[in-house]
Each structure stands twice: as C-alpha cells, then as structure tokens.
Design a protein around this ligand. Sequence first.
Ligand code: ZN
Length: 1064
Amino acid sequence: MISKGGSEALLTALVNHARTFSPDYNILLPLLHLLAKVGHRDRRIGMKAEDAGAVLLTLNLLRQNINHARRVAACLWVIQVFSSSVSAANLIGENHGLDVIYQLIPQYTTRNLHTIKAAINAFAALLYTKANVWSIVSKGYISGLLRLYEDWHNKDTQHVAISIRHALLCCLHNATQSTAGRQAFISQGGIRLLYQTTQTCLLSKSTECLVEPSVQLMRKCLPKTPLPLTSDKSAYTFPLPGRPHAVPDVDIGSDESSIESDAEEDEDNQEDDNRDYDDDLESDLNKLRLRPDPDRPKELLPQYSRLCPELSHDFQELVLSSEPEESSTSSSDDEAVMPDTFPPRSNSRDSMRSTPNSDSSTSLDGSYTETEISIKGHTPAAAQLEAHDFHSHSSVLSTSPGCRTMIREATEETPSVQKRDEQDDDEEGAEEGHHRTMIDRLLERHGSCIPHHEPKLYRAAAAKTKSIPGFSILAFPDFWGHLPPPGHEPMAPRKPNIQRQKVLEDVQRFLNTSDTINRLVFDLEDSSVQCQSDSLRFFSKFECGNLRKAIQVRRCEYDLILNADANCSQHTQWFYFEVSNMVADVPYRFNVINCEKSNSQFNYGMQPVLYSVREALEGKPRWVRTGTDICYYRNYFCPAQGRRKTTFYTLTFTITFKHNEDVCYLAYHYPYTYSALKAHLKVLQKSVDPATVFFRQQILCGTLAGNPCPLVTITACPASKGWKDLHQLRNRPCIVLTGRVHPGESNASWVMKGTLEFLCSSDLVAQSLREAFVFKIIPMLNPDGVINGICHGRQSGNPGADTDQADRQVFCDYHGHSRKKNVFLYGCSVKETLWQSGSTVDTVGLKEDPGYRTIPKTLDRIAPAFSFNSCNYLVEKSRSATARVVVWREMGVLRSYTMESTYNGCDQGIYKGLQTGTRELQEMGVKFCHSLLSVTKDMKLLYSRRLINHIDLDHNILDHKSHNCFEDDEPPCVEEIEYSTDRPTVKCNDLDSDVNSNMANPDEEEELDERHSDAAKCQQDCINESIIKGNLFPPQIRQASIEALSEKRNTCNGVRISNGQITS
Ligand SMILES: [Zn+2]
C-alpha cells in the first residue's frame, strides 16, 4: 500500500476533508486512524505529510478538538507518526505543538488513559530532534516530566497505569539524548527520583517492567567520570633505543613480525563485529596462491643454520655415551650457544647462598622499596650482572609481612611471630637470612610436589628476567607452583538481573555519599600511598602483575584500574595482582573499571582465578576459579584526558575469602610468566635422556629489554652415527609451534606446556613423533610483553623469519580467545575462501590438497576440548599478515594454523558446561601432538599396533560429541546485555494496538459488554481493562465523545477498512 502511493492518498484525503467548513468526523476519524497505522510503517511519512500540508493541519485539528478525547488521541497518533521526520517534528515544535501536547499530560487520573498515553508518546516522538529538546529544556518541561512521573508513581498504587508510567520514562529517555537534557535531568534530581521509584518498582511483579527502562535511564545520565589517573598512558614507559645491537638478524623479517602482532590483534577484536565476512575474504586468486619459492635470496639461508643445531651436531654421545659433561645438570647447551646476554652458568643454588643478605624488598610497614635495575642489554661483566640481579631479587616471597608470618607458622620451628610489628625489631639482613632458611625448610617439606616445577629454578630464572620497572619481588604462585585442583570446575550460573543490580549499586554510589569512602589504597606509581588497617592491601609490582590503582569505594568494595600496555594506553583486559589483609567470610566486591573489550566470557559463566598462599602452604597450591556476582557491563567512566572516545567496561566480581589475614592472588586467567617458561625449559632439559632425545634451547633473538626469546629444538637422536640414520634425521620434516604473540593469552602457554612436556616424555607416541619430525618451538614470542603484564603488545624482536627452513610440514601459532568457548583452529584454504566469498573464479580446475583438514578432524575425535565446528579455513584480507596466513602463503605450508583456546570452557563434548583448567589446557597440548601422527608420511610405520593401542584414533570414546554447538556468538542471556555504545533501546510504542483498541471500541461508555477487543488484549501493559473502560472519559466531555463509528465498513481510496483492520 505504501509503495503504491497509499500514504499520499490518505494525506490528500485528510487535507481535503479537514479543510471543509465542518469536517465530518465520521470520515475524518477513521482516516486519522488509518493514517496513523499506515504512516507508522512508512519511513518517509513525515516528509510526505509536509509536502501535502498535513502537518500543521493535524496540529490545528488537535487544537480544535482539545476536549474531545478520541479525536485528540487520533490526532496525537498521527503527529507521533509525522515526527519521524526531523523537519516535520521541528515544524510542530516551532508552532507550539510541544506546549499544546504537554498540556494534555495531566497529573494522576484513571480516566482517558488512552489519550494521555497518546499525548506522552507524541511528545516523546517530537523529542527526537535536538531543537525540540532544547525547547523543552528551556521551558523547564524536564522538571515537569519528572514531577509527573513521581505523581503517577506515587498515586498509581493499584498499578492500573503502568503504560503511562512507562511512556513517561520513554519521554524522559528521549529528552536526555542530548547533553542539555541530561544536565537538566541531573540538576532536577532525576537520578535520585528514579533510584527511589525503582526501589518500589522492584517490590511488585507488575511494576517490574519499569525497572529496566529506569535503570537504563539512570545509567545513561550518570555523569561521565574520568578515570582517576593523571595520564592514560601506561605507568611503564619503554625506552625505545632505536635498534639494539643485541638483536641479531634485525632487518630480516622485521616487516612480517611487526605487522603480525597488529593483525592478530584484529583477529581477536573482530569476532563480535558481525562483519560481513564475504567482504573481508580474499578473492584474488593470485593472492591466494601458495608461493613455495622463498622470497629472499638463498644466500641468506646459511645464517639460519645456527638455529638448526641438530644438523651440525656430531652426536658424540652416541659413541661416548657416558661423557660426564653431558650428563651433568650444571652444563647445558643453551648457554653454550647463547651470546653474551646469558652469563656462564654457575650452580644456581650456590649463587643464591652467596648472595649478600642485605635488602631491599620489603620494609615492614608494608611499603616496598625497590632497587632500581637499569635495563642492560649487554652488560660486560657477566658475573657482576648476576650478583646485581640476585641482590635485587633476594626476596623470594613476593610480599607482605603477612605472607612471611604465614610461612613462619607453617614451618612451626620459630616461635610464632603473629604480629607484624614485632618484625620491626629484626635486623634486615638477619630477617632476610632467617626468611630464606624458612623457605628452604618449606621447600624441603612441600616443594617437590609439583611435577616439572622447581621453585629454586624459578627463582634463579626470575633473577635474570629483565623488566621495565625492575621487578624485585616474585609472586608466590609463580614461585611456588600450581597443581590443578582435583575435579572439574563448572561454569558459574549467571545470577538473574545481575547487571541491573550492579548498575543500581553504581547509581547508589553516585547518590549516597554517606557510605562512600573513595580512598586510594594502592598506586603503582606512588609507593607512599598508605594502607589503612581496615582496607585490603594490594600489590602488583611483580612479573605479569598489572594493577595500577586500587580505590576503596565502600567498606568492602574496590575499584581497580589496570595498567595499560607500555608506551600505549589501550588494551587493558589481563589482570594479575596480590591482595591481603582480608577478613574471612566477608564478601568483597572488586570492579575492574577500565576494561576495553566490548564483550566478555565473564558474562557466560567464566570466573577469574584465585590462589591462596595459606592454602598452598597447607598442601593445596592451586589456582581455583572463583567469584560470584560476576558481570561485565558498560560503565560511565571515560579516559582521564578525554583524548579519545573510549567506552570502558566494568568487570565486577565478588570474592569471599576463606581465611583471615591470607595473602591471595587474583588473575584474569592462570598466569604463566616468562620466568616460568625459562624454569620449565630447564627442568625439561634435565629430564630428557640426552642419548635418545635431542633437546636444545637457543636464543632466537634478544628483546628490547634484553630478555632472550628462546627457541627449542626437540627431535630424536639418530639411532647410530651411520650415514643412513643421520640422513633420516636431516630429512625429517619440521613442525613449528609458536605461542604468546599476545602476552595476555596465558592459556596458550599452558597448552604449550602440555606440548613441551609430552614431546620430552618417554611416551611411545612422543618417541615416534620425535623420530618422524624435528620440532622447532618458540614458546613465547613476546617475552617483554608477558613480563610487564601486557595484554596486547608489540613484538620486540624479530623472530618471524628466523625459522625459515625448507622442509617443514606443520605450523601452529597458539593463541587464547576471549569471546568463544572450546578450542579450535583457523587454517587456510583457497577453495573454501573462494566459495565463501562468492567469487566467480571457477574452482573446478583448482587443485587443493584437502590435507589441511586432517589435523582438525583428528583433534575433533581425540581432544575433548576441541570443536571442529568452530574451525574455519578462510583467508581474510584483514588477517593477511597473521603468522598463519603468511606461513601458508609465503612458505607454502599447507597445514598452517592458529590454535585458539578459550579462557572460559566448553559448550560441547565431555567438558560441556565446565571451565577449563590448566589440566585441560595441557591436555590440549598433548592431543595436538597426538594429532600430528595423522600427517606423518610413513603411515604404516606410525600406525603400528603399539600406537593404535595407545591412542586409538579410530575408536575413541570421545567420538560421540554433539556437533550442534554454537558456532559464533553466545546465545542471548536472559538479561539483555548492553555492549554497544549506541543508545539503549527502550521500546516506546505499541501504536498499532492502541489505535486498534480506539477503533475497535468506538464507545467505551456504551459498549460495556463482554466482548473484549482482541486488539486491546494485545497491549503489552498491564492495564486492567474493565477499570479503564469504565473511566476512560471524564464526565464533562463524555457526552461529546460519544460518537459511534457507525460505519464499520468503509471504503477509502480503494482500501477496505473492516473494524480497523486493513483487509486488502
Ligand atoms: Zn591472540
């Protein structure tokens, strides 16, 4: 009807009829009704009405019939519809339409609710234009609307006028779309009024529907508050000294590696964008073609040979199998090959004992004094460096005197020193020495319980780690180690209306200054901040720690601000900090207020992780998922300097600690530090039998801060020094695995840990894989980022191209995914990309090895956390610089993948509904190795009976997995989650049903029969119809309003009207 000119015809009819001397309302009224219904669906109705001259005419009709409720309602609906056009709305505003309509909104009454609602809705519709909002602000109508809402709220005790109250909220909502409106709203006490009315609305089920619009209105109007920071920049700034000499091969491949990290960043950010994938898919066949020829001159290749030590190794130990040097743990290959950044190794235990005791780390009032370490890329005297480092790292325990007290208690060999104050008497050095022996005793008692973790090795490794701030303190969990808890940890059920509750609490904070403390209790940049005895104590100046500020908001509530990436002010998501001085069994609310991702698995069952030192000392050294009342939502903070339009999100969770005076650590995910990697590699190196396992750790490159980026080579030693065996070794294909391009993705490290441990193990599959492949593993591509607690950082070295070697078969870059569940792979396929992009290229003649699917298919069968359905093999333009695509295209590696592991858990398979722990992540690393069996060339050899029995690829019990998991985004929460920066949508209109009921019940007074209008039933509000019908018109105008719509069938411009329904 609209496309056939129906709107214009109706407008013409309206203009013609209304202009007559005494308009026939028997015609005019249904015409207005029809125009409202049709116009409601015609986006250009406002403009058409202007053209037809119907806008002011309708306003005049309204003025003329001001005492005639049904005509007024009809005119108001039409005005509401016309107001979809800015110029029509402004025209009405300029002609005092706002004043006329505002006068039609009375104080509480039970009569004429229909007409009143129509007036409010028309008024609201007019407020879509800025000029009209300005106009009502200047006339004080916002205050008037608030008083009206208050009046209706207070007097509508029977809840018969919910729809009016709802419409008033919508009106206020539109009025506060502009700054002027919001300011008027705040200054007129709007937030307090709505907060109070909301409290009452929460009490009754029938008023429940008013809570959400009220909360949204309050949230929108809460004044934007700058983050309490002096600068949005990171507290850590990185000295950028051009190109440090320590980095080898600096020019080669730097192009790839530098764009790589940015592009992968996109990969994470775009997941929820609903972007049109087709647009982003690469459809240029030339760009999709693999380029197996190396893109740099072959002459450059020899310099990489140092990274293939297995090729030049003489395997002397095969002859002299008991050579003492090799079997001793005090000598290892890594340092032999490493350039000057690593000093010659001495026994770490000896050096610890010889370290002077004076220190450094903690002063007893709980504040910290650090020794400054300047970043030294190439210190001349290695021995000096080591001593210096140990000096600055001489405190083993992170922290607080509380922690030490606990350790004293645990050792039970010193008279218990419960009170911190008493330690003041200790002489620093003696205290430190004493402390150390206690640690030794503890380690003797408990320390060996964690496989592949040695605290002393960790301490030694951490001493060499160079950080921007010069960390001198270790976080206890990293030092002590972590064991996965027994059993699984289910996802946390989302509490109903949790978001609403949290926003209300935020509003309360704005209103109620009485219980608000707002006291700074921790500042990374200002160690003079004093901890109060009645507040939690925070600390984060340790590897991977990144809490910048903690503010005690209320007695048991803290706002936390995370440090931005070094030299950058964005990408805060990862967090890791220490908290102490807690009281047991008290719920503490934590709000991380400067999160930046627009959605989070924290809304879908994910919990942060907590590590209790006390529990660890009691034999339960573990990170556990914890926290209740978890919610991730948009907040009202803005950047401190307003430099960019940023929306911040709050992650809020509540922790109830089990013990008084515990020292606990809280993190976004299971931390895995750079020092942990180095210690782990040492442990692995010691664990393998050098006669059979070739394990070499080398430095791929140095980072800007002077931390080596390790490259690990793992393969089997040849069976003999015979030509045949050496030839087989030299022709083994390469498997290249990388991780932690993005430093915040610690889950990738746990998967990598599983892979490394498995490959070094005596497992039969591992043996076979070592015999079949050479593994080149770069477990941490961005050490500096990891160390400094960065979520997304720049790569500091240039590891990208160094592993260039002709014969590699599989490449996989381990990542973490913050918005999806399960573990899955991204691969590369020309055909799938072309199909998906709708490209016209004929793919029939294109040959593509379908082998890129082998590994994901195998993983789907053998890895419980893996989801084949979440994988895809599309080459997106926006990801053309990711390691996966570069390796695939530039090096011709068919099986080139990004492996994404969830931070949360699984929604399919045997782990469905469970959060992943480190056990499951490590298992994934093992299963990935298993899946590599499926790509070995010599299938017969590798599928020998012993292996089939071992992992049984074909008849795995996990094969029953459901395949209908959610591929993309999360299913909607029961509570609508507001992520976007767009204005929240408040449903204001059910115009159709209103019009219908006006048409269907032409005379409410006379037709009080049992016949209920279907249309009226459709109304969403909870209006009790019988009450309304009986009282709709006030007595004084009732008589005039009785105007039966005698003609129920009426033809109007060829359109048949039947009882208000358009039938043709
Ligand atoms: Zn990533």
